[in-house]
Design a protein around this ligand. Sequence first.
Ligand code: SF4
Length: 295
Amino acid sequence: MPRGVVPRQPARTGRQDKVRTTRVRASVTPGRPAQQRSKAAPQQRQKASTKPVPARAGKVAGQTAGKPSSYNPIAPERVAEILKRLDQLYPDVTCALTHSSAWELLVATILSAQSTDVNVNRVTPELFRKYPTVEAFAALTPEELEPDIRSTGFFRNKSKSVVGAAKKIVSDFGGQVPDEMDKLLTIPGVARKTANVVLGTWFKKAEGVVVDTHVHRISRRLELTTQNDPQKIEQDLMKIVPRDKWILFSHQVIWHGRKLCYARKPRCAECALENLCHAADKTWSTVDTHKGAKA
Ligand code: SF4
């Protein structure tokens, strides 16, 4: 954990530390802890019950899930604070898929759908030893490739995509993976997510934001978007995250999803974004939670 980014820990009593039972109007000042914000409303504090009721995760006692009208989850200062903390947490992260060329990265990304990077990294070294070039893949039938990628799941569809992609790259792009979004999107099995991974990680071109399952879930929990469709989520993120951060932001959020912000039982008590996050499915909270902020 980098210096200066130390989230509060749950109290030994099991109660959520500092969560008040009063209706406290939340400030949107990023990084300002809940107990400091409550000082701004002394008259409300006076009305507080003297008998605190332990709050449950997902709903803070005494508060409704409604948001103060002034709350703007995509306020530039809030987004900047989230980005700053992600930089502190994950300063040098990159793509976890093992690869040594744009083609290998493209194949690994296709194989990673509905699978884990660890799983894909177990398969690809032997795969690329067996078929070392795009042309070698293009010469296969999907059925021939299936046994080699079976363990990554959905192997029939993935096999069709990989062989189809190889044939297209050989026939239309001279065996070289193109470095333009429009061209990448003509390749079988390549949609914006895969294209953004290849463009950002291999070609260092920021053409969009990678929206995989982690980015999808965490962007919604952090209220950076209310959309459910990956393309619309990407559009929302492109509007609020500066372009020079698009590539790193995707990697950081993906790592955050792997390390702490799990789909089930996120480790909120250890999360440095905790007091900025109002997700309805938090497992521990020092701030009010918002009904609509869920994965
Ligand atoms: S506080 Fe919990 S839900 Fe929010 S970003 Fe952190 S781990 Fe995820």
